[in-house]
Design a protein around this ligand. Structure first.
Ligand SMILES: NC(=O)c1ccc[n+]([C@@H]2O[C@H](COP(=O)([O-])OP(=O)(O)OC[C@H]3O[C@@H](n4cnc5c(N)ncnc54)[C@H](O)[C@@H]3O)[C@@H](O)[C@H]2O)c1
Length: 256
């Protein structure tokens, strides 16, 4: 039976590329998202994976719902006998992402529910399951959280988003340290500016594009596949003795 990976927010953008790559690497994918259709249009991620000969099943799930998190992990057990990789990728910013003094309590709650409480709940449910699984090498299960360079440096005008990502970086360390002895390998990948073509893509706006280009030492901006390669490494048996890191895929943004 193939090893099972859950990727949240897998219908679009970075999550779609991560899911596609993990399926190509032989994982059976549970594709969790609030909508099946990609934000850019085109074939759904489950269709893409099936066309390429992989295993991918769409599961309508909102990561801010504990019931949905529990249903997802239960489905992994039902279909594949366990959960081996969890990628917490789903996140929102959008209209609720504002400068500090313009931020209201609803903005805070809406972003935090998805970006921070979602990974907290899904990690908790996933780890409870992983603890019941046998060791494969050093690990019973692997978690990769998708953070951001803005979990480490501020994002002007995007207060709650950046705070949520800072929280996720710390959650990664906290889980890694609390559960390393249990065989849980928890790490993060921090994308810099990745061009996704989806509505939140800053490169659609000229001023933002100029800013991210000036801020990125690499001569190009990132592609979703750049992030997918890093996630695939941390999800694979090739990643050994790596725990609590936040691997930057940012074209040098954080080295600037
Ligand atoms: N694109 C970038 O430049 C960039 C940079 C740094 C970090 N990131 C991070 O990478 C991840 C993916 O970003 P993206 O640009 O691909 O985003 P995106 O907006 O293109 O796609 C996000 C996906 O998550 C889904 N989603 C939203 N809310 C959800 C919920 N409650 N439950 C389940 N799914 C939900 C959406 O439907 C969508 O398919 C996010 O964690 C984001 O913070 C992106």
């Amino acid at each position: 039976m193939p090893l099972c990976a859950i990727v949240t927010g897998s219908s679009s953008g970075i999550g779609r590329a991560v899911a596609h790559r993990l399926a190509a690497d032989g994982f059976a994918l549970l594709l969790a998202d609030v909508q099946r259709d990609p934000l850019t249009g085109g074939a759904t991620t489950d269709e893409l994976i099936k066309r390429a000969g992989g295993a991918g099943e769409f599961v309508a799930a909102d990561v801010s719902s504990r019931d949905d998190c529990e249903r997802l992990v239960a489905l992994a057990v039902e279909r594949y006998g366990g959960l081996h990789v969890l990628v917490n990728n789903a996140a929102i910013a959008g209209a609720h992402s504002k400068p500090f003094l313009q931020t209201n309590d609803e903005d805070w709650d809406r972003i935090m529910a998805v970006n921070l409480r979602g990974p907290y709940m899904l990690c908790q449910v996933a780890i409870k399951q992983m603890l019941s699984q046998p060791l494969r090498g050093d690990t019973r299960g692997r978690i990769v959280n998708i953070t951001s360079q803005h979990g480490m440096v501020a994002s002007p005008g995007h207060f709650v988003y950046a705070v949520s990502k800072g929280g996720l970086v710390q959650m990664t360390r906290q889980i890694a340290v609390e559960h390393a002895r249990d065989g849980i390998m928890c790490n993060a990948v921090a994308p810099g500016k990745i061009v996704t073509g989806t509505p939140g893509d800053l490169s659609r706006d000229e001023a933002s594009l100029a800013y991210v280009k000036s801020r990125t030492p690499f001569p190009r901006l990132g592609e979703p596949t750049d992030v997918a390669s890093a996630v695939a490494f941390l999800a694979s048996d090739a990643a050994t003795y790596i725990s609590g890191i936040n691997l930057m895929v940012d074209g040098g943004w954080m080295a600037y």
